[in-house]
Design a protein around this ligand. Sequence first.
Ligand SMILES: Cc1cc2nc3c(=O)[nH]c(=O)nc-3n(C[C@H](O)[C@H](O)[C@H](O)COP(=O)(O)O)c2cc1C
Ligand code: SF4
Ligand code: FES
Length: 571
Amino acid sequence: MPDIVRKGTEEMKKRKNIVRRDRVLVHEALLEVQNLIEDLPLQRDMLIEYLHRIQDKHHQLSDQHLLALATIMKISQAEVYEVASFYHHFDIVKAGEDSPAELTVRVCDSVSCEMAGSVALISKLKDIVGDDVRIQPVPCVGRCESAPVVVVGKKPILQATAEDVMTDVNAKNTEDVAPADAIRYDAYVADGGYELYKQVMAGNKPHEELFTTLEDSNLRGLGGAGFPVGRKWRIVNGQAAPRMMAINIDEGEPGTFKDRVYLERDPHRFLEGMLIAAEVVGTAEIYIYLRDEYPGIQILLEEELVILREKFPEAPPMQLRRGAGAYICGEESAMVESIEGKRGMPRLRPPYLAEVGLFGRPTLEHNMESLYWVRDLVEKGADWFTSQGRNGRKGMRSFSVSGRVNKPGVHLAPAGITLRELVDEYCGGILDGKELYGYFPGGASGGILPASKADIPLDFDTLNEHGCFIGSAAVIVLSEVDSIRDVAINAMKFFEHESCGQCTPCRVGTSKAVKLMQQGEWDTDLMAELSTVMMDASICGLGQAAPNPMNSVITYFPNELKQSKSGGVSS
Ligand SMILES: Cc1cc2nc3c(=O)[nH]c(=O)nc-3n(C[C@H](O)[C@H](O)[C@H](O)COP(=O)(O)O)c2cc1C
Ligand code: SF4
Ligand code: FES
C-alpha cells in the first residue's frame, strides 16, 4: 500500500474512532439538550436561544452538547460552533478543558465604571472570592449612572463595593427581577393607553395622518444614526409584502442606558408605538432583540407580551430574542443576522434592510426609543415636539449622563442644549465642586470634546465639524481629576474587544491603535494614517468610528500626548 494511502487510511480510522466515541457520549447529551429545548419550535433561527438554554443550565457549552445540538438541528457541528464561539456570554469547554467556575461575577470596566474605581474593585474581588467564583471584567452593562456596576450571576449591583458583592455571592442571590415600578398593562390602559392603537386599528386614524405627523415632527431615529423615522416608515411601507419589523434594544454603546430606563418605567408606551408602527407600515411579524444584560426587563417584557397577545389577537406575532453579549449586534444588519441565529456580522450594503432585511424580507428596523415617542407625538401633535429645542435646534433628546456630575441619569432635555447647560440645569453641576475637563458627547464612539467646547449645541449634525457625533446621546462627563488619554485607551480597548473581525482595517486597526496609544509618546503621524484607513475602509460604523477618541486626544488634548495626566484613571 503506498505510504500516502496508508497514512490516509489510518487517519480515517482515527477519525471514525473519534466520531464513534463522541456518538456514544452524545447519547446522554442528546437527551439533555432535547429536554432543555423541547418547548421551543425546532427552527434554524432559534440556535442562539437553544445555546442560552444549555449555558443557563450547565454554565458552559461542552463539545458533546454542541454536537448534540447539531444532530438535533441537522446542521454541521462547525455551524453550531462558529455561532456559539462568536458571543461572549457562551463558555465553550472542549474535552479535557476545565469547566468555568459555577458562578460568574461580571465587573464592568468601561469608561464610567473605570472612572468610578472598577479596576481596584476587580483586583480586590479576585483576592477575596473562592475558586467557585469567576471574576470577569466586561464591557458596559448599561447602568453607567450607578457606576461601578457588578453583576452577580444575573443580579446587578449598583455602586458596588466588594462587601456588597460578597454578600450576594455568599447568599447565592444571583437572579434579577422585573423592575418593580414599571407601569403594567392595566395601569397603562387606565391612563388612556392603547386608545390610539385601537383607533388606528378601527380605521379612525388614517395611516396617512400618522405618516405626516411623524414627518412634520422630524423625529429622527434614536439608535444613533438619526435617520428620519417618518421617511423610514414610508420607504418600508412601499416595499413588497411580507414586511418584517426588528426592534433594537441591544444598547451596548458604553455610556448609554436610556432604553433600559424607559423600559423600567413605561414599557407599554414603547409596545403601543411598536404595534402602531406594525399596523401603519404593515409588518407581518415583529422581533424584539434585547441585550442579555437586561434579564429583569426580559422577564417584564415576556410577561407583558403574553397579555398583549391575548388582548390584541389581531396584532402580528411578536417574538422576544435575547442577545448574548456582543456589542456589534446593535448594528442593525448584525442584529438581523443574530435574530436569524447566526454570528452577528454586519452585512455589506446595499441592499439596505428596508429592502432586504430579516429573513430576506423588507424590514423596519428601529431603536426602541424611536417607537416610544410615537403615541405622544400623535396625541400631542408634531408642534408639541418641534416647539421644544434650544440654540436653533428642534425637538427633545434623552441624554444618558454619567461620570463626574452630581445627578447622573437619563435627562430628557431640549435638542441643541449645550453640555454646560445640561450639566448645570439637569445634572446638579460637576461632582465635588471640580472643574469640567472634557466630555464624550455620544458614548465611546462619538469622540471626546474639551471644556472649551462645552457651549456648542448637542444634536445630530452639530458636532461633525468638531470631529464628534451625538449618536445615542450618551454623555460621559470628565473633570480635572481624569486623564483623557486613559479614557480614550479604555474606549479603544473596548472596540478591539468588540470588533467582529470581519474586516482587516477594524480587526487589526483597533488592536494596533491600542498598542500605539499605550506607548509613552504618541506617534501622531502613524496614528493619523491608521485612522484614515480605519475610517475609509471599515465595513461598518464600529471600525469607522473607533479612531474618534484617539483623534480627539490628538486634536484637543495635546498636553496628554507625551504621558498620562497624573491623577487620571489607570490605563
Ligand atoms: C457598532 C454599532 C452599534 C450600534 N448599536 C446600537 C444599539 O445598541 N441600539 C440601537 O438602537 N442602534 C444601534 N446602532 C445603530 C443601528 O445600526 C441603527 O442605525 C438603529 O438601530 C436604527 O434605528 P433608529 O432609526 O430607530 O435609530 C449601532 C450602530 C453601530 C454601527
Ligand atoms: S468594521 Fe469591525 S465590527 Fe464592523 S464589520 Fe468590520 S470588523 Fe466587523
Ligand atoms: S455600566 Fe459601566 S460603563 Fe456603563
